[in-house]
Design a protein. Structure first.
Length: 319
């Protein structure tokens, strides 16, 4: 795996811009809303993009003991729709650096390899397409991928001015959602891989993503480099290390549940797909944060045991 570039973020504090708004929403975060950006992409003035964190919003259901709100951007069963819509407006405004409304297109994500070409007609509060990837060359809209551990991948064509966004969990990665998505960009927009730049956003890292043996078998059936995506990790348990006899079992060797866990590197898996699709390694940015490690900063379905919000990763073309 290539070295992970130094993480950089760009933050826009909205907390002081509307004091009257804060009075109506007392749980609005005083810390401000944060947008994680790709440093090099700022050199393209026509390109809008950003990865959200959980800070700076108005959601209070996931950590009610906190005095500040969180930026849940997904319509979950536990959060109010009006709160999510308010959070989305805040985030879109931060990404676009504009107070005007910008149409946002999202998907009904189904862990598939389905990719849609979308436009303004597909924007709205509710997603209309069942898919896990989308692309457009239409200016004035944002494409948004929801995640809470899965890997978000954003792609932009510097010459054709087209963009794409993908949701890559292990099932979508297995189905080559990103690799086939680049192929679709070539078909729809005439994109050349050498002109494409990609950003792999915050997601669960190999440090935390334990999977079953059946997942490794699935990947081995599809990728010749599958063995490079998996590692065996022993959990660090101070009590077990100090009192090993307490954890001995009478089971035959190989039948005990004590041992290393199998971990999958989804970031590397998607980086390899981008390379196989023809992108240059130097044009692939890896943000590097693990959502499961950094629950102070990101929503994590696994670390929060399913009771959590959703992040958005967005990309678009300015008018």
């Amino acid at each position: 795996m290539s070295s992970i570039p130094e993480r950089r973020t760009s933050s826009l504090n909205l907390g002081n811009s509307k004091s009257s708004d804060r009075k109506k929403h007392p749980h609005a975060s005083k810390a401000g809303l944060e947008v994680v950006r790709v440093p090099a992409w700022s050199e393209l003035p026509w390109l809008m993009h950003g990865f959200s964190t959980r800070t700076g919003g108005r959601t209070t259901v996931y950590r009610p003991s906190q005095r500040v709100g969180e930026l849940n951007l997904g319509f979950t069963a536990t959060d109010l729709k009006k709160t999510v819509l308010a959070n989305r407006r805040l985030f879109v405004s931060a990404v676009t650096k504009s107070t005007g409304a910008m149409p946002l297109v999202t998907l009904k994500q189904i862990h598939s390899s389905t990719v849609q070409v979308v436009g303004k007609a597909d924007a709205g509060e509710q997603a209309t397409h069942k898919a896990d990837g989308m692309m457009t060359n239409e200016p004035g809209i944002l494409l948004g991928i929801q995640s809470a551990d899965c890997i978000p991948v954003l792609i932009a064509d510097r010459k054709k001015r087209a963009v794409a966004a993908f949701h890559a969990g292990w099932r979508g990665t297995l189905k080559r959602i990103v690799e086939s998505g680049v192929g679709r960009m070539r078909l729809e927009f005439g994109s050349r891989p050498k002109d494409l730049i990609a950003a792999i956003g915050p997601g669960i890292g190999a440090c935390c993503y334990a999977v079953g043996e059946e997942v490794r078998l699935e990947f081995e059936s599809q990728f010749t480099y599958a063995s490079e995506l998996f590692s065996e990790v022993y959990d660090s348990n101070p009590i077990k290390e100090k009192y090993p006899l307490l954890f001995m079992t009478a089971r035959a060797p190989g039948h005990s549940n004590i041992g290393p866990a199998l971990h999958l590197d989804l970031v590397e898996a998607n980086r390899r797909q981008l390379l196989d699709a023809g992108l240059m390694a130097s044009n692939i940015f890896i943000q590097g944060d693990c959502t499961s490690c950094r629950t102070d900063r990101y929503f994590s379905h696994r670390a929060d045991h399913g009771f959590t919000g959703r992040s958005l990763s967005v990309v678009g073309i300015r008018k």
